[in-house]
Design a protein around this ligand. Structure first.
Ligand code: ISE
Length: 335
């Protein structure tokens, strides 16, 4: 196959950045088609990028003109289109979360197993961030002993999506749930969520900041601060306290600015700039893997495992308790 012909379902902001990325920055693939529940908007975007607009996502996915699919609809519709891609036997990249509930994720896992071939990659781009990769290499080198504690922060300047008290885990800290499981190479055992003192910037009824506390099966204790209305910047931290050393996620290299009698480094305002390199590497890897006929990134099983932990953390928050995280047994298919 010379050029991978991609169809994108869901042409909102993230869908459009991926269309631009694939068509203008990466190699080996071209987005040729799109679909969206908003037909008029879909047509507009199709004209803007020179794509064929389909009436429905299912029609586009089944079309002979599309080799692989990117799902960037709102979260509630992810499973529907991932299942359609599995049915069509096509590789599919699905933005995180793979689906909002563990049950829907399990349906995807079961459909993929029934089809007999791995086709699904989940959009956990942090695994492709150079800083997280360095942390993983340092842990794997065993030079610093085994990790004991992790202190992490996921701070957003402002909320840009529909948001309630469940969203800090469901929309934001799912990134940590995935990337820390990948970093440590083990599953979780328990989850708890507590609230900090509420910021004046949070709307009525919203508890911000929140802290999620996870333990892994071997006993590593992790705290993640989510502060979605911090009003300042996008700030991602990960400190790994090991037996013989303390490892920190590198700060992104940004220009030094001298202004208003302060000397300092520029900071990101949101994830689109902070993780732009990770997104590019992630999509190039996905394109290459599709062309080689394999999945080489976060799998449907990883998508399921993430939502099992997220659901436990959600229940922990609602009930003010520590919740066990219990996964189904990992199928041979994903080992
Ligand atoms: C958003 O959907 C993302 O995926 C960002 O990476 C995260 O920082 C943000 O909190 C989410 O709302």
């Amino acid at each position: 196959m010379s050029t991978l012909r991609v169809g994108v379902v869901g042409v909102g902001a993230i869908g459009r950045t991926h269309i631009d990325r694939i068509n203008n920055k990466l190699s080996g693939a071209r987005v040729v088609a799109c679909a969206d529940v908003n037909a008029e908007f879909c047509k507009k975007i199709a004209d803007q990028f020179g794509l064929k607009a389909y009436e429905t996502g299912e029609e586009m996915i089944a079309s002979d003109e599309v080799d692989a699919v990117v799902v960037t609809t709102s979260d509630a519709f992810h499973a529907r289109y991932v299942l359609a891609a599995i049915k069509a036997g096509k590789y599919v990249f699905c933005e995180k979360p793979m689906a909002p509930t563990p049950a829907e994720c399990k349906e995807i896992v079961d459909a993929e197993i029934a089809g007999g071939k791995q086709l699904v990659q989940v959009g956990f781009m942090r695994r492709y961030d150079p800083g997280y990769k360095q942390l993983k290499e340092a842990i794997q080198s065993e030079k610093y002993g085994y990790p004991l504690l992790l202190h992490c922060a996921h701070r957003n300047a402002t909320i840009t999506e529909p948001w309630d008290n469940s969203s800090a885990v469901a929309n934001s800290m799912v990134h940590e749930i995935d990337v820390l499981r990948w970093l440590l190479g083990e599953d979780y055992a328990t989850a708890e969520v507590v609230y900090g003192k509420k910021t004046r910037r949070a709307k009525e009824g919203l508890n911000d900041p929140q802290i999620m506390i996870l333990t892994t099966k071997s006993g590593v204790r992790i705290d993640v601060e989510s502060f979605v209305c911090n009003g300042q910047c996008y700030d991602i931290r990960c400190e790994v306290v090991c037996e013989d050393g303390i490892l920190n996620l590198p700060k992104p290299a940004t220009i030094e600015v001298l202004a208003n009698t302060v000397r300092g480094n520029a900071v990101d305002y949101d994830w689109t700039t902070r993780f732009v390199e990770a997104y590019n590497v992630e999509f190039q890897a996905w394109i290459n893997a599709c062309k080689e006929g394999k999945v080489d990134g976060p799998t449907a099983w990883d998508g399921y495992a993430c939502q099992v932990a997220a659901a436990a953390a959600g229940k922990a928050r609602e009930t003010g308790t520590v919740q066990p995280i219990v996964y189904d047994e990992k199928p041979e298919f994903y080992k």
